[in-house]
Design a protein around this ligand. Structure first.
Ligand SMILES: [Zn+2]
Length: 170
C-alpha cells in the first residue's frame, strides 16, 4: 500500500500546480525574489523540480510548501484535499502526532521566551553578551527554569508532554 505522500507525488504533476512554468520545463522561480531568469527546472522523469538560483527543490509537496509558505504536513493535507486523495489511517495518526508535538514545542518556546523577556537575564543578555533585541525576538531565545513545567502541565497532559520529549516517562 502506498503512502499518502507517494500517492500525491505520483498523481499530481508539478506542472499542474506551478503557474510560472514557461514552455517546456523551465520557468521563473516563485521561491525567491528578483527572478528575471528562468532558473526553475521541472524534471518530469523524476517528478521533481529545483531552482539553481536559490537552491530550493524537491517533490510536488515541497513545491506546494514553498509556494504557500506552509509546513510540509500542511502541504500534504492541502494537496490531498484538493485532489481528493484519501489519507490512509496510518498517515492520519502520524499527522495527528506531529501536530501535537509541534503544538507542545511551540508553546514551550513561547513560554520560555516570555519568561526571558520578563526576567533580569534579558538585560544581561543584551548588555553583557551583546545579543540584539532583534535576534532575541527573531530566534525566540528563552529562559527555562522551574516555572515552565507547571505551566505546560496546565495546558497539556503527561502523555502529550512525554511524546514531545519534554517529560520523561516514569
Ligand atoms: Zn529560486
Amino acid at each position: 500500500m502506498s503512502t499518502t505522500k507517494e500517492k500525491i507525488i505520483n498523481t499530481i504533476s508539478i506542472s499542474e500546480i506551478y503557474p510560472k512554468l514557461l514552455n517546456g520545463n523551465r520557468g521563473e522561480c516563485a521561491m525567491h525574489e528578483n527572478t528575471s531568469s528562468p532558473s526553475f527546472r521541472y524534471h518530469p522523469d523524476t517528478k521533481s523540480w529545483n531552482c539553481f538560483s536559490c537552491g530550493t527543490g524537491g517533490s510536488v509537496i515541497d513545491l506546494c510548501k514553498h509556494m504557500n509558505n506552509i509546513s510540509y504536513r500542511e502541504a500534504v493535507m492541502e494537496l490531498a484535499n484538493e485532489h481528493k486523495i484519501p489519507i490512509n489511517e496510518e498517515d492520519k495518526k502520524t499527522i495527528k502526532a506531529r501536530e501535537i508535538i509541534e503544538n507542545v514545542l511551540s508553546t514551550f518556546t513561547d513560554l520560555c521566551h516570555e519568561n526571558l523577556m520578563n526576567s533580569e537575564y534579558y538585560e544581561d543578555l543584551k548588555d553583557r553578551r551583546g545579543f540584539s533585541e532583534d535576534i532575541i525576538t527573531e530566534y525566540k531565545i528563552g529562559l527555562f527554569d522551574n516555572t515552565i513545567k507547571p505551566k505546560l502541565k496546565k495546558m497539556f497532559n503527561n502523555t502529550q508532554l512525554v511524546y514531545a520529549g519534554l517529560l520523561s516517562k516514569k
